[in-house]
Design a protein around this ligand. Structure first.
Ligand SMILES: Cc1cc2nc3c(=O)[nH]c(=O)nc-3n(C[C@H](O)[C@H](O)[C@H](O)COP(=O)(O)OP(=O)(O)OC[C@H]3O[C@@H](n4cnc5c(N)ncnc54)[C@H](O)[C@@H]3O)c2cc1C
Ligand SMILES: *[C@@H]1O[C@H](CO)[C@@H](O)[C@H](O)[C@H]1NC(C)=O
Ligand SMILES: *[C@@H]1O[C@H](CO)[C@@H](O)[C@H](O)[C@H]1NC(C)=O
Ligand SMILES: *[C@@H]1O[C@H](CO)[C@@H](O)[C@H](O)[C@H]1NC(C)=O
Ligand SMILES: *[C@@H]1O[C@H](CO)[C@@H](O)[C@H](O)[C@H]1NC(C)=O
Ligand SMILES: *[C@@H]1O[C@H](CO)[C@@H](O)[C@H](O)[C@H]1NC(C)=O
Ligand SMILES: *[C@@H]1O[C@H](CO)[C@@H](O)[C@H](O)[C@H]1NC(C)=O
Ligand SMILES: *[C@@H]1O[C@H](CO)[C@@H](O)[C@H](O)[C@H]1NC(C)=O
Ligand SMILES: *[C@@H]1O[C@H](CO)[C@@H](O)[C@H](O)[C@H]1NC(C)=O
Ligand SMILES: *[C@@H]1O[C@H](CO)[C@@H](O)[C@H](O)[C@H]1NC(C)=O
Ligand SMILES: *[C@@H]1O[C@H](CO)[C@@H](O)[C@H](O)[C@H]1NC(C)=O
Length: 492
């Protein structure tokens, strides 16, 4: 028995160290949108000698559709943003899986006391007009500075003869800064550059997956949907639970043009080329250890300068809904007095709970949106503390109108705490401005020394110059790098 075991061990050792089975033309690191997009593009062009190493025990990455209550919720990407020329929209448009948002979800600023709808609409429109039309020759150094200056000026004029409304409008400032953090994915709006390179794709920005989850898109991409018989042979190329610890792209020391990809579990895979798709948060955290030799200075600078924060969501499921069917998005506006009380009690994280929204397509579910400095701390809190915070907030804002009950289930996203993500999506930070850093610096491949031959490729949301922070942006970069590799082999 012992001998057999020893023999097996020896065989495994032999296999791992000398067998060419672990050598591929290409290794893709990460099976999120960009990794899967690259793989499908390659397979459709009969490029089959590759594997995908994925650290998690699932595919999808920041697309994470999970069962909850009696439906499916998305803990990551939720909406398809834009229509014509949006790669996600174009891929699924004939399949009737994507639905337009309904107009009920207009922004509603919510306080303890009643505020005239006219006023809340005026203030909302003011926010939109400032945030969506940032001038090109901005003087201010951050989006926070830019926004607060214009917003304060405007409300001072608008409500000069109504101290109560002016007070309310001032109280809205912090909410809007939170909303900016939530949209941009930053912890603090003072770290966001006012110079935006993001290009919004025209059309509905809030199309949803009709209760089926964003993973529907990946299924369509892999041709598992609508007819599973036409699936691309991708599943057997994906190896789960393979956390890559190091990419050794030294070429002097290895015989052929091999990159050694070392996993945390001790396994090593060899390839001619690698596509790295891990999040910018993972790159930031592992900058010193993940690449051997160290990355060139432009790449290091891009990884350090491009912003990467986190937002969070809390999903609540109730046996019986206590809210009306027509409940819309509610944004919590705290007064100065309320804010002070929270700070005095060490509960300022409540202020990062921005909005309450009903879950589209599920009458028993509510979703809370959270953004700001305290997101990392909030992720660490136990459910019990989160629930008492929610009770406090609901009592303060909603008790007067509704008979609130306790949720029977809670589900929270924790992107920042997870070592394979370390946050939600990238944003233009003020450092990029100061150092003139471009996303292309992150997306450009590493070349063999003294040649123009690329060896390590970079894809992923953060490498997209104009569509970063989105699924369509990540998908575009997967296609981009796959095309680069196909071209390389075509000309050889
Ligand atoms: C809360 C939230 C809400 C969002 N909302 C939207 C939205 O409404 N609309 C929209 O378009 N976009 C949205 N996004 C953004 C969108 O989800 C991402 O831009 C996109 O999914 C990123 O894909 P990716 O391939 O670049 O990266 P990822 O999906 O992160 O893929 C990278 C993969 O690499 C793996 N990995 C990490 N480290 C290692 C390692 N060491 N070894 C091996 N594998 C590793 C990860 O597990 C992951 O699977 C949202 C994101 C979040 C977090
Ligand atoms: C995947 O890992 C998570 C913990 O990280 C665990 O809760 C879950 O059950 C695992 N799923 C599978 C299918 O192994
Ligand atoms: C929402 O409202 C706009 C104009 O107010 C209208 O054109 C659009 O069709 C509406 N969308 C839906 C889904 O009802
Ligand atoms: C609503 O606002 C408009 C202009 O902003 C004003 O003309 C109108 O009188 C206001 N209506 C009410 C009911 O206050
Ligand atoms: C954001 O950062 C600035 C300084 O960079 C700080 O003064 C401010 O308090 C922060 N905002 C929040 C909401 O913590
Ligand atoms: C898929 O293949 C099976 C077996 O070949 C066949 O019975 C089935 O009809 C096919 N389904 C579709 C949707 O084509
Ligand atoms: C490279 O390969 C050749 C032949 O395959 C072998 O003779 C040589 O020792 C190898 N060199 C190194 C440094 O591994
Ligand atoms: C929602 O419905 C209730 C009745 O259930 C009604 O009183 C209220 O005005 C409606 N609100 C909106 C915003 O339509
Ligand atoms: C809340 O419950 C009380 C007592 O049962 C009832 O009188 C009241 O109408 C309810 N309020 C709402 C908003 O449903
Ligand atoms: C430039 O980038 C470096 C790190 O890449 C950073 O430490 C520095 O603060 C940046 N410069 C400015 C002026 O922001
Ligand atoms: C690349 O070029 C530099 C200077 O021209 C030289 O010192 C270095 O050895 C070269 N590297 C390789 C791998 O050829």
């Amino acid at each position: 028995m012992k001998l057999l075991l020893l023999l097996t061990t020896l065989c495994v050792f032999f296999f791992q160290h000398y067998c060419e089975a672990d050598h591929h033309k290409l290794v893709i690191i990460g099976a999120g949108s960009s990794g899967i997009a690259a793989a499908t593009r390659l397979l459709e062009n009969d490029f089959t000698d590759f594997i995908i190493l994925e650290a998690e025990n699932r595919t999808g990455g920041r697309i994470f559709s999970v069962p909850f209550g009696n439906g499916i919720v998305d803990l990551g990407a939720q909406f398809c943003q834009g229509e014509k020329n949006n790669i996600v929209y174009e891929t699924v448009k004939d399949l009737d899986v994507l639905k337009h948002h309904d107009n009920g979800t207009y922004v509603n600023l919510y306080t303890k006391f009643k505020i005239d709808k006219n006023v809340t609409e005026t203030i909302n429109n003011l926010f939109d007009s400032i945030y969506e039309n940032v001038e090109d020759d901005v003087k201010e150094s951050s989006l926070q500075e830019y926004f607060v200056k214009r917003f304060t000026n405007a409300i001072n004029k608008l409500y000069s003869d109504s101290p109560k409304l002016l007070e309310f409008a001032k109280d809205c400032t912090d909410f809007f800064l939170g909303a900016i953090c939530s949209i941009e994915g930053a912890f603090n709006a003072s770290d966001i550059s006012p110079h935006e390179s993001y290009e919004e794709i025209p059309g509905d920005q809030y199309m949803h997956w009709n209760g089926k989850g964003y993973k529907t898109f990946l299924d369509v991409l892999m041709k598992k949907y609508p007819n599973p018989n036409e699936s691309l042979p991708i599943d057997d190329k994906i190896l789960l639970n393979k956390e890559v610890a190091n990419v050794d792209w030294r070429t002097e020391n290895s015989n052929s043009s091999k990159v050694a990809i070392k996993c945390s579990n001790g396994e090593t895979y060899y390839a001619e080329h690698v596509i790295v798709t891990v999040s910018l948060g993972v790159l930031k955290e592992n900058l010193e250890t993940m690449f051997n030799p160290r990355l060139p200075i432009e790449k290091v600078r891009a990884i350090e300068d491009i912003g990467f924060g986190a937002i969070s969501e809390i999903h609540l499921w109730y046996e019986h809904s206590w809210w009306p069917e027509n409940l819309t998005l509610m944004n919590f506006i705290w007064t100065e007095q309320e804010r002070r009380t929270l700070r005095d009690n060490g509960l300022e994280w409540y202020l990062n709970v921005l909005s309450l929204a009903p879950q589209i397509g599920n009458r028993n579910e509510l979703c809370l949106w959270i953004a700001g400095d305290d997101v990392p701390k909030i992720e660490q809190l136990p459910d019990s503390e989160i629930l008492s915070g929610i009770t406090y907030i609901f009592d303060l804002f909603l008790r007067k109108d509704y008979n609130i009950t306790q949720p029977s289930k809670i589900l929270r996203s924790k992107w920042h705490s997870q070592p394979h993500f370390r946050g939600s999506y990238s944003y233009p930070s003020i450092k990029m401005n100061a150092n003139n850093t471009l996303r292309e610096d992150l997306g450009n491949p590493l070349l063999y020394p003294n040649t123009t031959k690329p060896i390590v490729f970079f894809a992923g949301e953060a490498t997209n110059p104009h569509h970063f922070a989105t699924v369509h942006g990540a998908t575009e970069t997967g296609f981009r790098e796959a095309d680069r590799i196909l071209k390389l082999y075509k000309t050889q």
